[in-house]
Each structure stands twice: as C-alpha cells, then as structure tokens.
Design a protein around this ligand. Structure first.
Ligand code: ATP
Length: 232
C-alpha cells in the first residue's frame, strides 16, 4: 500500500458505511491535504462532511480503504492507540464545543493536555500565550466555563484544541454561534495562530463568507462518488 508521509492527510479508496446500512455514505477514491494547507470543506446537508471529519479523527473507522494522518495509517492502530494518537496530534473543535460547564477554563484546557508530551508548566505558559492571542483576559482562566459568553467559550474551545500544538486541526462549524464581527475576529486569530504553529486544517462550514480565509475551498461532492440524499 502506498504511504503518504509527506501529506497531513491522505485518503485512498475510502468507503464508509454506518453499521446496519448497506449504502455507503462516503466513497472517495483519493484525497490529500498537504502539510500547512487549510481546507474549507463544504457541501449540502447530509453529504457526509461530519462523517469524513470523524474518520480523519479516528473516531469512526473506514469500512474499506486507507486513511493516513500525519504519516500514520489509522487502520494500523488499536482503538486505544488511536485515542492517544488523536490526543497528541489532532485538535478538534465542534459546533457543540463540549466544555465542562462547572470546570474553570484552565481545568477544561488542562484536561485536554493530559495526554500531551509537554509538562504542566509548558502547558500553562502555552495557555497564557493562547489566551493573549485569542484576546481572552487572563482572569477568565479561573472562571467556570458556564459563566463565559458564547464567543468566549468558542475561543476557549479553540485554545483547548490548540494546547497540545496539534499538527492537524479538525473543525466542524466552529463559528456557528458567533455574530459576524466576532466570527471575522475569531477567524483572523485562528488563521494567524495556525500559521504560527505550522498546522494544517480541515474546516467544515456552510458559511461561504469564511471561504476567503482558506488556501483551498473544496465541495465534498467533487470528491465523494456517493449520491447524497437531498433533504433541503
Ligand atoms: N450514526 C449514524 N448512523 C447512520 N447514519 C448516519 C449516522 N450519522 C450520519 N448518518 C447519515 O450519513 C449521512 C451523512 O451525514 P453527515 O452528518 O456526515 O452529513 P453532513 O454533510 O455533515 O450534514 P450537515 O451539513 O447537515 O451537518 C446522512 O445521510 C446521515 O443521515
């Protein structure tokens, strides 16, 4: 099997079916994301965007084919190894940012950093640095996540995803709860931080106004050979 050590993501002959369903959701002959590339992935509701992100994150296994992330074929990992690989190398931000409401911002972030190879001191200094970059006042670190505004929580979710200096960031509609001004500011900060860290990103959104921030815009229908069910 061909290896793609030079790419951040490489997908070969990928087929994905959910359990108890015959028809695949994804059938992608080949797709590659280069290191440092930032991909804006779009497509109609039900076309398989979230499914593809789950496969890239190693949350959902490929039914057929090979998915290689940062040179590691995910199919070669046990589920425990896959969890560890994800925690160390992949940052994830979802629409539901899943912060633990009663834990402080700091503890929410430290929880995500527990699998990282960096020390607690390094993590805390990275947290301070990212709070500055994301324009979050330092005193917010002590506050329970539930006391933050939606925009602040979204920025904490990004900080949590970046705390382990991931090489790949996977984002599913992370800006959906933000107003236009906060969205633009959030995107600017995110892109700057990613560039600084040299990370790649696959970002799913329905909001085409954001597409200009990305090095590549990709309609999933051009990759996926499965006809999606129209629900719109
Ligand atoms: N757990 C599941 N079991 C069975 N089918 C599923 C499951 N999750 C998603 N699907 C189906 O897979 C297809 C793709 O869903 P997916 O959530 O990946 O689409 P999407 O492009 O992200 O949609 P949206 O833009 O609405 O979020 C849909 O037909 C959906 O019903």
């Amino acid at each position: 099997m061909q290896r793609h050590d030079s790419a951040a993501v490489a997908v070969d002959r990928l087929v994905v079916r959910y359990p108890n369903t015959q028809r695949p959701v994804l059938d992608i002959p080949h797709w590659q994301v280069e290191h440092g590339q930032h991909v804006f992935l779009y497509g109609p509701s039900g076309s398989g965007k979230s499914t593809l992100l789950s496969v890239l994150a190693g949350i959902l296994p490929a039914s057929e084919g090979e998915v290689t992330v940062l040179g590691q074929p995910l199919g070669e990992l046990s589920s425990r190894q896959c969890d560890r690989f994800r925690a160390r190398h992949i940052g994830m931000v979802f629409q539901q940012h899943n912060l633990i409401p009663y834990l402080s911002v700091r503890d929410n972030v430290l929880l995500a950093a527990q699998f990282a190879d960096q020390s607690r001191t390094e993590t805390l200094s990275m947290l301070t640095h990212l709070c500055e970059r994301m324009q979050l006042p330092a005193e917010l670190q002590e506050r329970p996540a539930m006391t933050l505004s939606v925009g602040q929580r979204q920025r904490v979710a990004i900080i949590r995803a970046l705390i382990n200096r991931p090489s790949l960031l996977i984002a599913d509609e992370p800006t959906s709860a933000l107003d236009e001004e906060n969205r633009e500011r959030f995107m600017g900060l995110l892109m700057e931080t990613l560039q600084q860290q040299g990370a790649s990103m696959v970002f799913v959104s329905h909001d085409h106004q954001l597409a200009g921030h990305f090095s590549q815009q990709l309609d999933l229908r051009t990759l996926n050979q499965v006809e999606y069910d129209h629900v719109d």
